[in-house]
Design a protein around this ligand. Sequence first.
Ligand code: GLP
Length: 242
Amino acid sequence: MKVIVTKNYTEMSAKAYEVIKQVMQDTEGKAILGLATGSTPIGLYKNMVADYEAGNVSYKNARSVNLDEYVGLPKTHDQSYYYFMHDNLFNHIDIDEDSVNLPDGNTGDPDKACADYTALLATMQQDVQVLGIGSNGHIGFNEPGTPFDSTTHIVKLHEGTRSDNARFFDSLADVPTHAITMGIANIMNAKKILVLASGQGKASAVKAMVQGPVDPACPASVLQNHPDVVVVVDEAAASLLN
Ligand code: GLP
């Protein structure tokens, strides 16, 4: 794992964009981008939009796969990850709507949605997968205890995860109880992984990810087994690292 510590969130986002920009260059614009939601990657997406608007990069030949989606929220709900990705990124760059993919959390047949997404991922190896990290070490919505060989599946969200995300909803009761997420094996299949974390609240998860034992108790610790991981964290998130 390569760990880059930045002064603050703004620098973390700029560094993260350097990684994405390099992947776009290396793939001549045809990258398969694995994308993430949460507040952490918003600054990265702002950098992507700004550089696109400056005419320096085009996403018209890029494709994307997202990590996860809530179960039971329509695409139009402002907290659905479909909505989030369009609002923060896709609506502001030239990626083709047919080239963006998220798991379908709003279907009558969740098992089929999982199988379909895993089949899609088998045809779309991510050139880079962006990850945030939950305060309990989750990646995507792979909560502690998730087997490392898991593929796309439905998860019951931990109460801590629901309360972490409650700030985006009117009340805790409005936070969905379940989500559909890429499994850990799907994440590990990416050619390159870019993990972002900011703030003191992520410090213990970052420590466990980078320096703890590789153990399903901290799902992000599996990344120690991946050959090409870049971790970009600000000083607060890095504060417990040796
Ligand atoms: C959610 C997402 C994760 C994200 C995590 C952290 O649980 N499913 O992909 O990494 O939140 O979110 P934030 O970046 O807002 O701290």
